[in-house]
Design a protein around this ligand. Structure first.
Ligand SMILES: [Zn+2]
Length: 336
């Protein structure tokens, strides 16, 4: 892989290429941006380019440096990881001990600190000591979702590189090239990803997600039926996708959001479930604005109950009955 494989992020890529071409590699970089936006991939291409013996602006893929990077065992590249919640001072003390030992093979030694937002304050203070007197061959790359967690003294000694979510059209183009089988669902996925390529990919490969979406849409449409039993009969859709409850509720709220937009703006520009626009329109014609807001509240309340380990089926059943009654104008407040 090389820099041309990175989608979007032109500013980041041209900045890093300049650093390599001008041989102005620094001692500390902080890659900041949301999860799934391409920070790790970019870091690994940057590192690979720096470790390539050909020393051009892209890895040759065949030299001993590139081969070792590819198999993940370059002796001068270290990945620093902590446990699930923190990266403690011990890990950084190990880095500190190691970085002052000269590189084994390459001209440089590189440390990548993954999920650097987990660095404790004590660990950051130890890291600061290294950044105050770094060996000339040492480079540390911190990868983080959040810049707010770092000490100012760390930030002032590092070059902060910010990764932004991609514009909609870049995600759409990426999906249409890489997942040509997605046709009518493509605009939805592009919109839902919020510009995060990792999230778009995740949804695109998740057939289960699209099946869940279709099933839950059936439940939503059954709210329009005059027979209350029709909606209760769809509870099995919720049971079936119980393992992805967060996604189910997120989708329900997206639906509600779309209905509110259609009712308020009378335009489809902002609609996320664009591949289901006919159903969204049909739904919005049959509910009042007041009742759709109340349905939103039932959904949010139910999600909270489910998160607090309420009986799943009873909670969803109450949500469906209460929502049905909101649509049909005879809400009586069915409780679990
Ligand atoms: Zn190479």
């Amino acid at each position: 892989m090389n820099f041309s494989d990175i989608i979007g992020q032109e500013t980041v890529v041209s900045g890093l290429k300049n650093i390599i071409e001008n041989k102005t590699v620094g001692h500390a970089y902080i890659f900041i941006g949301p999860e799934g936006v391409g920070k790790k991939m970019t870091a690994s291409i940057f590192v690979n380019t720096l470790m390539c013996e050909e020393a051009t602006s892209k890895p040759c893929g065949t030299c001993s440096g590139c081969k070792k990077i590819e198999t993940g065992n370059h002796p001068d590249v270290y990945i620093v990881e902590g446990d699930s919640s923190t990266i403690g001072v011990e890990e950084i003390r190990n880095l500190k001990k190691d970085i002052y030992i000269k590189p084994y093979e390459a001209e440089r030694k590189i440390y990548i600190i993954q999920e650097a937002q987990k660095l404790t304050e004590q660990a950051q203070n130890t890291l600061l000591k290294v950044l105050e007197e770094p060996p000339k061959y040492g480079t540390i790359i911190l990868i983080s979702t959040n810049a707010g967690v770092f000490l100012d003294t760390i930030l002032s000694r590092a070059l902060v590189i910010t990764f932004r979510p991609h514009p909609y059209d870049i995600i759409e183009r990426y999906l249409s090239i890489n997942y040509p089988e997605l046709k009518e669902e493509l605009p939805f996925i592009a919109g839902f990803s919020g510009g995060i390529i990792g999230k778009a990919k995740e949804i695109a490969v998740s057939l289960e997600y699209s099946e869940m979406r279709r099933a839950i849409t059936k439940s939503l449409m059954s709210l329009l039926s005059n027979n209350e039993l029709d909606v209760l009969n769809t509870i099995e859709n919720f049971e079936k996708y119980k393992s992805m409850t967060d996604s189910v509720f997120e989708f329900l709220l997206l639906w509600v959001r779309d209905v509110i937009f259609i009712k308020g703006l009378k335009s489809t520009d902002m609609i996320i479930n664009i591949d289901m626009i006919d159903k969204v329109k049909d739904f919005s014609k049959n509910v009042t604005t007041k009742s759709i807001y109340k349905i939103a509240k039932h959904i949010i309340d139910t999600k909270r109950k489910v998160d607090q380990y309420a009986n799943f089926n009873l909670a969803v059943e109450a949500m469906l009955i209460n929502s049905w009654e909101e649509v049909h104008g005879n809400y009586s407040g069915y409780k679990v």
